[in-house]
Design a protein. Structure first.
Length: 182
């Protein structure tokens, strides 16, 4: 319970931009998870630390945390957590403007999502792939990925996700027909 509250506090600190306290909270959670031999919680908290490092602009530490997250997820055989770690790595490399590597990680997420038949994870993979493709100026492929994202969002009846997907498709500078999605 203490670890859960501490993790939530870390998320609040991240949301308000207090990254040193966010990092301290998540680091404490990692220590608690190690002490109680809760490897899944340890992996998740490493992922949370990586997200804070990205927000701080510390790419190297972010990738290191996400790689540790991935290693533990693989050791546990937890494919959902593995997908989360790959997604975080994809985002990290996207922020670093290494779009090829970002796409590679998001493709891993897509493969795992399809293997698990997890449509919400698949939808997030398509979003990541679409963003990376758009940044690479591969607009046709970006459009295809975001259309897949929108299709899944509609099937899941996830209105917020539909809005995000429509917004991705509706970027007028990216797609000539973008206006119709707004």
């Amino acid at each position: 319970a203490a670890s859960s509250a501490l993790s939530s506090l870390g998320h609040v600190y991240t949301a308000i931009g207090d990254y040193p306290n966010a990092l301290a909270s998540h680091k404490q959670c990692v220590l608690l998870a190690k002490q109680s031999k809760d490897e899944l919680s340890e992996a998740r908290e490493l992922g949370n630390m990586g997200a804070v490092y990205i927000a701080m602009g510390d790419f190297e530490n972010a990738v290191q945390c996400h790689e540790q997250h991935l290693r533990i997820a693989k050791e546990l055989g937890n494919k959902r957590e593995e997908a989360r770690a790959y997604s975080n790595l994809g985002s990290a490399y996207h922020y670093r403007r290494n779009f090829d590597k970002a796409m590679s990680y998001h493709n891993h997420v897509l493969e795992l999502a399809q293997e698990l038949d997890e449509k919400a994870i698949e939808m997030r993979a398509y979003a990541g792939l679409g963003h990376a493709a758009r940044c690479m100026q591969d607009l046709e492929r970006a459009k295809q990925y975001h259309e897949q994202q929108l299709n899944i969002a509609e099937n899941l009846k996830d209105r917020a996700a539909e809005g995000r997907a429509s917004s991705n498709l509706g970027k007028k500078e990216s797609f000539p027909e973008g206006v119709r999605y707004h």
